[in-house]
Design a binder for this molecule. Structure first.
Ligand code: BGP
Length: 471
């Protein structure tokens, strides 16, 4: 893979680009998902209306942090911070505006050429997510997103265009962001709200299966190009049984399989695991997958495993306990841990645990594609003193260092999530900030989009250059 440890930051097109109506871009599913507290409720309970926008909501993903017009400045900041890698995603509807188009949108193609050229000039390696919660709206509206096998072909066409255009710059590809999150059956990862269907579990898993098939297909194609490396990407969290009650221990093992491991197991080992086949049988889920699709999955496994890590969760099946919310997971409160302002447990030891678990299970290189702290920031006299963020990152980097140096875990890079403030995926808030660079914009839709370096920017810059030691 690479000799050098890659340091950098991560974003997703739908959360940072903005310019939803610029450069011939078509609309995407995220352009119809309202921001604010209502977002999760709509995604998980009442549904998002994909046919129109509703005046009573705002749609922050249409605006992002305006990277579309600020990309030159943003890449300059990455270079100044010392990044050697930038994890970014491409907006599908910027390349194929409806998803069904015969030919790609040249303006969209040109936009990413400009980005890749600038990254190259600054010696920053792009690590590209092909689909990060991003689907042209027409695919969702007319053929139910990933539930329909036709979406596989549309995605293969889109990915092939990316290889044709950008293989000269990109050698690390992540076909899908956090594939396992599809198990929630929610719109963002699978482009269809499976709760609309009577057999929602079957719809959910058929979508994930279709993505697994698409993933293998594009790996097969992508390998014919230059030196391409492909990674799966999962949302990882350390998961604990609340106590040593065997019932809780077993519940923890079982809950982890279909959520945390199913996608990685299939993509790394090339076969749908037995526990999943049994789960489908026991839950009357009929999966549509052909023998040739299965063969393709077996022959096109991934080269590395990328993951996000923010927090841990705790399972207690025996006793009803107070709940805490993590990155989409609701779990029993862990009395040993404190939580962020959004109720996510802060658990750097859990990070070391998950690094070990993934390393031991898969034995392929790991990449930390997302890690960071979402917090409210205050500007005082033009400065942002985000010591809380520095301490979160420092503790997680210490755990990473221990995993590498003490435990022998094989990790080739780390990208800080939302290295520049952007729209939160879960809450649609702009004021939930992850950045080491502040963007002057807020949840009321006010601001100039001016970029301001936070205290954490200078600190992370020193970590990358080796002047700041993590001990
Ligand atoms: C991951 C997503 C990202 C990102 C992050 C933080 O699940 O891949 O897109 O947003 O979580 O979550 P949030 O934005 O909800 O705070």
């Amino acid at each position: 893979m690479t000799e050098k440890f890659l340091w950098g930051g991560a974003t997703a097109a739908n959360q940072c680009e903005g310019g939803y109506d610029k450069g011939g871009r078509g609309l995407s599913v995220m352009d119809f998902v309202p921001g604010g507290k209502i977002r999760l409720k709509l995604l998980h309970e009442s549904g998002v209306d994909l046919s129109r926008i509703d005046e009573k909501y705002n749609y922050p993903n249409r605006v992002g942090n305006m990277h579309y017009t600020h990309y030159e400045e943003d890449i300059k900041l990455m270079a100044e911070a010392g990044f050697s890698v930038y994890r970014m995603s491409i907006s599908w509807s910027r390349i194929y505006p409806t998803g069904f188009d015969e030919i790609p949108n040249q303006e969209g193609i040109n936009f990413y050429h400009k980005i890749f050229k600038l990254l190259k000039k600054n010696n920053i390696e792009p690590l590209v997510t092909i689909c990060h919660f991003d689907l042209p709206i027409e695919i969702a509206r007319t053929i139910d997103g990933w539930y329909n096998k036709q979406t596989i072909d549309l995605y293969v066409k889109y990915a092939t265009t990316l290889f044709d255009e950008y293989s000269q710059y990109v050698k690390y590809w992540i076909p899908f962001n956090e594939m396992n999150v599809g198990a929630f059956g929610a719109l963002m990862p699978i482009g269809v709200d499976s709760n609309r269907f009577d057999n929602s579990l079957e719809v959910t898993y058929q979508c994930i299966i279709n993505q697994l098939v698409a993933n293998a297909k594009i790996i097969e194609i992508g390998r014919k190009y230059a030196d391409n490396n492909f990674g799966t990407m999962i949302a990882a969290h350390a998961s604990y049984a609340f106590d040593c009650n065997p019932q809780n221990q077993l519940a923890n093992v079982i809950s982890e399989r279909m959520f945390r491991f199913f996608c990685g197991d299939t993509q790394v080992f090339g076969k749908i695991p037995n526990y999943a086949a049994n789960y489908f049988k026991l839950n009357n889920i009929e999966i549509n997958i052909s023998a040739s699709e299965q063969k393709n999955i077996a022959e096109n496994t991934v080269d590395f495993l990328a993951f996000s890590y923010y927090s841990s969760s705790t399972i207690d099946e025996v006793t009803e306990r107070e709940k805490s919310s993590g990155n989409m997971f609701v779990s029993s409160k862990n009395p040993h841990l404190v939580e962020s302002e959004w109720g996510w447990t802060l658990d750097p030891i859990g990070f070391r645990i998950i690094l070990n678990e993934l390393n031991d299970r898969y034995r392929i290189p790991l990449f930390v594609a997302e890690n960071g702290l979402g917090a409210f920031d205050q500007i005082v006299d033009g400065e942002i003193e985000d010591d809380y963020r520095i301490s979160y990152i420092k503790e997680h980097l210490r755990a990473l260092k221990q995993a590498i140096e003490i435990d022998g875990v094989n990790v080739f890079g780390y990208t800080l999530w939302g290295w520049i403030d952007l729209v939160s995926a879960g809450s649609g808030q702009f004021d939930k900030r992850y950045g080491i660079v502040y963007v002057d914009y807020n949840d009321n839709g006010e601001g100039t989009f001016k970029r301001i370096k936070k205290k954490s920017f200078y600190w992370y810059q020193q970590v990358i250059s080796g002047q700041e030691k993590i001990n």
